[in-house]
Design a protein around this ligand. Structure first.
Ligand code: ADP
Ligand code: MG
Length: 305
């Protein structure tokens, strides 16, 4: 299969790379051309996933694709942005049509669900599978949710259960049937399809004083808010929301440890004076870092280096 044939067959499909009011020109030219309404701004974020670093090499290509696009879209959710389109740089050791078909099906599923078309990319051959996705989103001018607005006296909230992403990892890595799609395993879906909280993020506009998505572990990520906002955060371990599935599988102590320091949750953590819909887990206080009352912690969170 030639490079252009591959692009046309698997990436330039109407269901994946449609044009709309915002996409004036998509795949097939030297650049994509996007329309940005004058009252809005573009948010841009990029994530790279490398085989056997971010997903098992033999994982199902459908699952690899859903994970890659979900985790990238999650950054748009954290800013309160609406998806506009994404680009995909993919490095493949070889071009296998079955693999590519399933991979593009995974992309289609998430692209449709979040109305975020593929607008361009780059396709290369290389020694290992590497996927880089860049997402573009729209946000009303000067109203993106950032990490820098938290104030002493605000409350700290999360959008949903924590720890499931980290709890899913041992399951994903041990699965002896990795080549087959393990769609029955609810836990592994937390890893392969961590649905980005796009609507939730948009609903926090004008409500949250700061916001981020929990990708590297709650404590480590909230420390970013502390730094950027020049505040401290006091978390109450008893209020951290844990799923029954996680508690049953790992018990209270390990589940809490995963929730505080594991990664891959892709829930939103944010601060606000008050927020009806969030799960209240702590307070913004004077200080410079995160502290947790009600438990002992080991390790802070995930870092590559
Ligand atoms: P150029 O040589 O001008 O950089 P390419 O040959 O790399 O263009 O790509 C041709 C067209 O196909 C471009 O519009 C590019 O955005 C698109 N494209 C290439 N690879 C991908 C991909 N993996 N996903 C989506 N679009 C792609
Ligand atoms: Mg080019």
């Amino acid at each position: 299969m030639k490079e252009f044939e591959l692009i046309e067959r698997y990436f330039q499909q109407e269901k994946l790379s449609w044009c709309n009011e915002h996409v004036a020109l998509g795949i097939g030219d030297d650049c994509a051309v996007l329309n940005v309404p004058s009252h809005q701004q573009v948010c841009i974020s990029m994530d790279t996933l490398i085989e056997d670093v971010h997903f098992p090499k033999h994982a199902n290509p459908f699952d690899i694709a859903t994970r890659a696009l979900c985790v990238t879209l999650s950054d748009l959710a954290a800013m309160g942005a609406a998806p506009l389109g994404f680009t995909l740089a993919i490095t493949l050791p070889k071009a296998e049509s079955n693999w590519l078909k399933d991979f593009s099906q995974g992309l289609i599923t998430i692209a449709q669900q979040y109305q975020c078309p593929l607008v361009g990319g780059d396709t290369t051959r290389g020694p290992v599978l590497v996927i880089s996705i860049q997402v573009h989103g729209l946000v009303a001018k000067n109203s993106a949710l950032t990490r820098s607005g938290a104030c002493v006296g605000d409350k700290v909230y999360v959008s949903g259960n924590l720890g499931d992403g980290a709890g899913a990892l041992p399951i994903v890595l041990q699965d002896p049937r990795l080549k087959h799609r393990d769609s029955n395993s609810e836990m592994s879906q937390h890893f392969y399809r961590p649905l980005p909280q796009i609507k939730y993020g948009q609903s926090l506009m004008g409500v949250a004083s700061s916001c981020l998505d929990v990708s590297d572990g709650l404590v480590q990520d909230l420390n970013h808010i502390c730094k950027k906002s020049a505040v401290g955060i006091e978390l109450n371990a008893d209020s951290i929301p844990l799923s029954n599935a996680l508690l049953q599988r790992y018990g209270q102590t390990q589940a809490l440890q995963y929730a505080l320091t594991g990664g891959d949750d892709y829930q939103l953590a944010y601060t606000a004076k008050h927020c009806e819909q969030g799960i209240y887990i702590g307070d913004v206080v004077a200080g410079r870092e995160v502290s947790v009352t009600g438990c002992e912690m080991s390790g802070a969170g995930f870092q590559h280096f």
